[in-house]
Design a binder for this molecule. Sequence first.
Ligand code: SF4
Ligand code: SF4
Length: 379
Amino acid sequence: MMKHLRTFASAAGLAALVIGGSLLSSGLWGEKPEKAGAAELRLVYTPGMTAAQFAEANALPGEVAAAAFNSRGSMPYYDADKLPPDGLRASVERELALHNEHASKNWRKIALKFVMWFAFLGVVFTLLRRGLVTGVLRNWLYFASALLFGVALGSDPSPMGTVKDAIVLYAGSGAVFPPRLIAFGVFLLLVVLANKFICSWGCQLGVLQDLLFRFGRSGGLKQYKPPFSVTNTVRVLALAAVIVSAFLGSDIIGAVDPFKIYNPVILSLWGWAFVTLLLAASLFVYRPWCHLFCPFGLAGWLAEKISVYHVTVAYDKCAACGACERACPSTVMGAILKRDRAIPDCFSCGDCLAACPHGAVSFSAERRQVPPPGKFAKS
Ligand code: SF4
Ligand code: SF4
């Protein structure tokens, strides 16, 4: 009982540290909102207007008006109250959305974050390859990652945002924000190079959930491994709901976005309730957000099928004792070990490597083998 209370107190302390530190750092980073707002547009246009006159009449940035004009070619007559008859409104909305996205970002912070991501993931990759990511060090690495990529460098960008925000922006304005596309490509590349590595070690929300799960484990809380068929079905349905609701004009993740724990001033009341629930659930279930809701988690799960470095088993050394499967926080090691057809998400945590008493599990670029027939007949 005392042990459980200590676990809950440590979890609450961690959450308080994250929230307090994030309040401080988001104040220090200053003026950029990081999320572009949507504005109601009423456009004024009369034939013969230049882009500059159009910009002035509509209080638009000059480059937005110019880009909207250029993308429309010659301008027909528009009645201010009956817009959009055919496309000027769409052009302006798209260009304005792109302008707002650009203006909302703190580009220096984003560049710094990517540099730090590459450096940090490089260090963890080296440690994991050498089999050095074990108990206490693993927890410190998760803690450092949450402090660095969340508390210090904020809720945005995040792997999840590159998918969700792209869908919402496109559905609302028809715009595709190229930097977000590039970030998505870089994150997917990291997933492919080393199995889901950006989620494993770089995602500010992922590592926070992971750390809490380990608090629960060392505190003796009962932990659950829900079947992958169930969690993945929920995740697919969640993505479908995000897409449909975005085209209907709402951002359902935005309302409760748990990444905002790193920017607490913009968390809504519903957001606070959801984050509290999510962090509490993380003590009992491994990375609930990643497995149940995250659109990037789903994309990453597909991409990890072609990962170069991943967990592999040398069956000539494996004694089929099941130690790695029991140590794994989810059902994935069992699936890798027995080479099931559906392999769940592997977060490259290294628990299975450390647990194997025969050194049969490694994080390598070797192809995964099929176990010899009958190897796991008794398990
Ligand atoms: S799956 Fe988890 S770790 Fe990966 S982006 Fe989503 S929240 Fe982050
Ligand atoms: S313990 Fe499970 S999640 Fe962690 S690296 Fe091994 S298979 Fe992946």
